[in-house]
Design a protein around this ligand. Structure first.
Ligand SMILES: *Cc1c(COP(=O)(O)O)cnc(C)c1O
Length: 377
């Protein structure tokens, strides 16, 4: 058993599938690939990937070769691409698991090309272009080199030519059109089967960003791809902690490590069995809010490893009994809101979700056999 707490993480697979349909609806002419790196953003690739496959998704992206091997064991018939591409020595693992590497540099291109030259079957790969992110991908100089030495690409069958936007969640940002222009210019010089530029947010920048294939991660998991507007996605997760104790507090008295909160009125403090070890970030101390039923309550004092304290002065006592649930993420406080309170983004909240939660997958019955209930991989 990996679950050691009574706090509960509910993951709505039906909502993930619904989000796949919502995003696909914005892409009448392009295919939608699902990004399931980092264990499907912390939500459990072994459950998320089959749910998405069932929703019609054929193409999946992961970050590393090891993630690709794991995904291949879950989905035998999917098209699996690996963003980070091969590190030296990993080439046979890619072939064995039928993974398509993204080649991000001339160095990676050279090792994959050498591997392919010795193989009998065709050898597919994607090529990433750095259109302005300065992180991964071939730059203009690399592309010129490819043009003058076409043999570098000879043994490789280029599938997706891709790039990634730095500011897609800010529709007015000038980087978007600049990157679009350099991607179009560079993409014209490499003969691949398909072009791909859009991640979740970029899908909402308009059809000129869609090309042949969009790659969505966060939006599938309920994070708002359009931060300045209401969230078009369905919420996917709910996190419920349980009340361990409620104390009446007379002033003056401090709460928690460092005595950072001082009660200034007679109050009630509830202690909930969730802490930063569960991914309830320490930065939520004196900053986060939670819900007990429909009552909003504030985190007071620091978040500790396994415990968090809430000011529940205005909550009726019958909602505060031992074991009563507290929504740390729920219908009234979605992931993006918690992220704002913590000074981060929804992506970081999701990928920090701890291993102790009792995990419940709901909303889709077609779960694969063999994964014990509640077991993250
Ligand atoms: C993670 C990632 C994505 C998915 O981004 P979201 O914003 O989560 O949709 C797409 N493309 C690349 C290259 C990525 O690294």
């Amino acid at each position: 058993m990996t679950e050691t707490s009574d706090a509960e993480l509910t993951i709505d697979l039906g909502a993930v599938q619904g989000n796949y349909q919502i995003l696909s609806g914005y892409l009448p002419a392009a295919e939608l690939a699902a990004v399931v790196k980092a264990d499907a953003y912390g939500l459990g690739m072994s459950r998320i990937a089959p749910a998405l496959r069932h929703a019609g998704c054929k193409t999946f992206f992961v970050a590393t070769c090891a993630e690709g091997i794991k995904l291949r064991a879950i989905l035998n018939d999917a098209d699996i691409h690996v963003f980070n591409g091969p590190l030296p020595g990993e080439e046979p693992d890619f072939t064995e698991a039928r993974l398509v590497p993204v080649l991000n540099s001339l160095e990676q291109l050279a090792i994959w090309s050498a591997h392919c030259a010795g193989s009998e079957t065709t050898c597919a790969a994607d090529i990433q272009i750095d259109s302005g992110m300065t992180r991964l991908g071939l730059d203009m100089k690399d592309l010129a080199r490819l043009e003058s030495e076409p043999d570098l690409l000879a043994p490789i069958e280029v599938d997706v030519v891709l790039s990634h936007l730095a500011c897609a969640d800010q529709p007015e940002h000038p980087m978007n059109t600049q990157q679009l222009a350099s991607f179009e210019a560079a993409g014209a010089n490499i003969k691949g089967k398909r072009l791909s530029l859009a991640s979740s947010s970029a899908i909402y920048l308009g059809p000129q960003y869609h090309f042949d294939l969009a790659r969505a991660g966060a939006a599938l998991y309920g994070v708002n791809p359009t931060p300045a507007k209401p969230n078009p996605m369905r919420q996917v997760i709910r996190i419920q902690g349980k009340i361990l104790q409620v104390r009446s507090v007379d002033t003056p008295r401090s709460v928690g490590y460092g005595a950072t909160h001082r009660a200034t009125r007679p109050s009630k403090i509830a202690t909930v069995a969730v802490g930063y070890a569960d991914g309830y970030l320490r930065s939520l101390g004196n900053a986060g809010t939670a819900y007990i039923d429909s009552h909003e309550v504030a985190v007071v004092g620091r978040v500790s490893m396994d415990l968090t304290t809430l000011d529940v002065a205005d909550v009726p006592d019958e909602l505060l009994a031992l074991g009563r649930p507290v929504d740390l993420v729920g219908p009234f406080n979605p992931v993006d809101r918690l992220a704002r309170q913590a000074g981060t983004i929804g992506y970081e909240i999701l990928t920090n979700i701890g291993r102790r939660y009792r995990r419940r997958y709901v909303g889709w019955e077609g779960m694969p056999e063999g994964t014990p209930e509640g077991m993250p991989e």
